[in-house]
Write a protein that binds this ligand. Structure first.
Ligand code: NDP
Ligand code: X2W
Length: 336
């Protein structure tokens, strides 16, 4: 059994992780930390079936776990990961603290100095792109939710060099409200979000742009320029990214569809839809899947639709997939 600790279990991602770990046949949740509710029962804080006594961070016994998950805000998570490493415990970080390749990039997108720049050497945990780098490592940077949908939607095309180098890729994306976390904020208030659909941080301002372009550059082996337009969607969960990609004008849809099907043929969590189908939230919510739809809008312009559940393939499901790889288990263990 893999012995697990969770930090931030009262948060949306941490709680989802705890729920799925209950059903994992090879992992056992040993303890869970909550700063704001230490000493209480989890069921008192988050209504639901999970019940265990919450610990404060300074109460944990590091010797009792093999790995921790950090479902903490960025800036906070890195300090906990550093403590885990000092105690010889592996860590999978759901925040953005381990994802960027350099301290300068982190400061650019997160507006503060990285508290532990030595942790930025963690491999980027998108198994479909980076599986070999995740086996038996001490730390994994779990990818962002929007980046996961975008990278899986574009990887085959960029790896193959079938996009138009130098042209801008436009990403129009929408996320359910759980993507913003549990802390109340005015724009997440029911009256503001329900039956509304609103863009935010559009242009080059959303912090995921740095992560998306960093990883797209690696896939394409070239500088990839994007325009990213996120929206708040009045659902509980789910992300849909609609991506406009300039491609080589001679390519037809059958060729592109065959490329995607071949690239993802052995990927248990990527579902390349039949030609003519478009990805939607209904394909993926409450699963660890990414659904990808392909449409040739006109010669030279492909539209990719890529859908995930932000709390699963976008966070906790992917984190369990990463744990499975880290410990040499079949990747789908506990995720079906
Ligand atoms: N929601 C999503 O769809 C996704 C989230 N992520 C990332 O995962 C992490 C967790 O996200 P999510 O679960 O949505 O966030 P939430 O806001 O729902 O939960 C974060 C939890 O962190 C704990 N916490 C500990 N220290 C602090 C602190 N100083 N300030 C605020 N909270 C603190 C809180 O629990 P307590 O007080 O009990 O300790 C809180 O419940 C974030 O880094 C987020 O960016 C990544 C991908 C998708
Ligand atoms: C709807 C909404 O607000 N979504 C969040 C998604 C970010 C997130 O979840 O954080 P990670 O970087 O850890 O993936 C946002 O846009 O900031």
């Amino acid at each position: 059994m893999i012995r697990v600790g969770i930090f931030g279990v009262t948060g949306y991602a941490g709680y989802e992780l705890a729920r799925w770990l209950q059903r994992h046949p090879k992992a056992s949740l040993v303890w869970a930390v909550s700063e704001s509710a230490a000493g209480k029962r989890l069921a008192e804080v988050v209504p639901g079936p999970l019940d265990l006594t919450l610990l404060a961070a300074n109460q944990v016994d590091w010797q009792t776990v093999d790995v921790i998950f950090t479902g903490l805000p960025h800036g906070v998570a890195a300090k906990t990961v550093a403590e885990a490493r000092q105690n010889g415990v592996k860590a999978i970080d759901l925040s953005a603290d381990l994802r960027l390749d350099s301290p300068a990039a982190y400061t650019r997108w997160y507006d503060h100095t990285h508290p532990h720049p030595e942790l930025l050497n963690a491999p980027y945990g998108l198994p479909e792109l980076n599986r070999a780098a995740l086996v038996d490592v001490p730390t994994i940077a779990n990818p962002g939710c929007y980046p996961t949908s975008v990278l899986l939607g574009l990887a085959p095309l960029l790896e193959q060099g079938w996009w138009q180098t130098g042209q801008t890729i436009i990403i129009n994306a929408a996320s359910g409200v759980s993507g913003a976390g549990r802390a109340p904020k005015q724009h997440l208030h029911f009256v503001e979000a329900h039956e509304n659909y609103s863009p935010y941080n559009i242009g080059h301002t959303h912090r995921h742009v740095g992560e998306i372009e960093q990883e797209l550059n690696k896939l394409a082996n070239a500088a990839v320029n994007t325009i990213f337009a996120p929206h708040l969607l009045p659902t509980q969960r789910g992300i849909l990214s609609t991506i406009y990609v300039p491609i080589q004008p001679e390519l037809d849809l059958a060729q592109i569809h065959a490329l995607y099907r071949e690239r993802y043929a052995n990927e248990p969590f990527v579902n390349v839809l039949d030609q003519g189908q478009l990805a939607s939230l209904a394909h993926v919510v409450h699963t660890n899947d990414c659904a990808v739809g392909l449409t040739l809008a006109q010669p030279g312009m492909l539209i990719v639709t890529s859908a995930i559940d932000n709390l699963l393939k976008g966070a906790s499901g992917q984190a369990i997939q990463n744990m499975n790889i880290m410990f040499g288990l079949p990747e789908t263990t506990g995720l079906r």
